[in-house]
Design a protein around this ligand. Structure first.
Ligand SMILES: O=C(O)CCC(=O)C(=O)O
Length: 283
């Protein structure tokens, strides 16, 4: 598809969650309506696990099938009604064989599901005195890379912990992506040190835009999200970022910056592919 425009307006919705699924989804609906009315974005992003509390004991209870579940239907209707792309954060998905996935849905302006990305790297960490989390207690990992095409621009999709795996971002870059979107929910242990660093690293390594959307910070929640949803440009500069509470971040992406950086610092063509490679394996 040829590029119809180099400018794309994004709205990142940093949303507060609760244990009430319908209230969470309705909050997203209200904020999407407000973002459309006030800012007219082309693409809207939502946070990781925006319709449920983020915790392994909750994933099965809150899980839904895609695309016929309640949350999917709401996002599909909104995308069609407002003719926008929605990168629908993530929800716990009830998949084949009763498996649960942490899944991002992407909706086109016709309301169609254009992609579904299941988190590939499960968040299993144990930081002494900090945080222990083991998504693999209840979740299964996805096995597929996901690239969408919006107005001729290729955009890779990852989810939170996926950002730590530079090979995944490299494969998206190799496939021609100009942006990677990660719905994410870093925490108060790893967020302060790694959140911005990882985004700027992936942007700098691959000379593309990195976009993250976090839940708002709620210090009364069992899992306290870091917040600070962010857009990093291909120069690895933070173009825009949220604070900690509920917020809509509006960013005008100029995709011509991707080509500028790639021409001026041409590392992609200077790699020693005679000596090393990052290659996707056939499944
Ligand atoms: O990598 C991290 O520090 C946080 C990852 C995370 O919270 C997640 O994958 O949901």
């Amino acid at each position: 598809m040829s590029k119809t425009s180099n400018i794309m307006r994004l709205a990142l919705l940093q949303l507060k969650g609760s244990k009430d699924k319908v209230a969470n989804v309705q909050n997203a609906v209200t904020k999407i309506e407000a973002a459309v009315k006030e800012h007219k974005p082309r693409l809207i992003t939502l946070p990781e696990c925006f319709n449920a509390p983020y915790g392994t004991k909750y994933f099965r209870e809150y899980s839904e099938t895609i695309p016929d579940g309640y949350t999917s239907q709401q996002l599909s209707n909104l995308a069609r009604k407002h003719q926008v792309y929605i990168v629908g954060g993530t929800i716990p998905e009830l998949g084949e064989n009763d498996a649960i996935y942490n899944t991002c849905t992407v909706w086109s302006p016709t309301g169609d599901l254009v992609a579904k990305h299941r988190k590939m790297h499960l968040f299993d960490i144990d930081v002494k005195g900090g945080i222990r989390f083991k998504e693999s207690e209840t979740l299964s990992a996805g096995n597929d890379f996901t690239i969408i095409n919006v107005d001729g621009h290729k955009i890779g999709i990852g989810i939170c912990y996926d950002i730590r795996f530079e090979e995944m971002a490299r494969l998206y870059r190799n496939a021609g992506c100009e942006m990677i979107i990660y719905p994410a929910a870093f925490n108060m242990t790893t967020g302060p040190l790694h959140w911005e660093l990882l985004q700027r690293s992936r942007a700098n390594d691959n000379q593309l835009f990195v976009v993250t959307t976090s839940p708002a910070r709620d210090t009364s929640a069992e899992y306290v999200a870091y917040g600070h949803s962010m857009v990093v440009n291909p120069w690895a500069k933070v173009q825009q970022s949220a604070s900690e509470g509920e917020e809509i971040v509006v960013a005008d992406i100029d995709f011509s910056e991707v080509e500028q950086v790639r021409q001026q610092i041409p590392v992609f063509g200077q790699r020693r592919l005679d000596l090393y490679a990052t290659e996707r394996k056939a499944k």
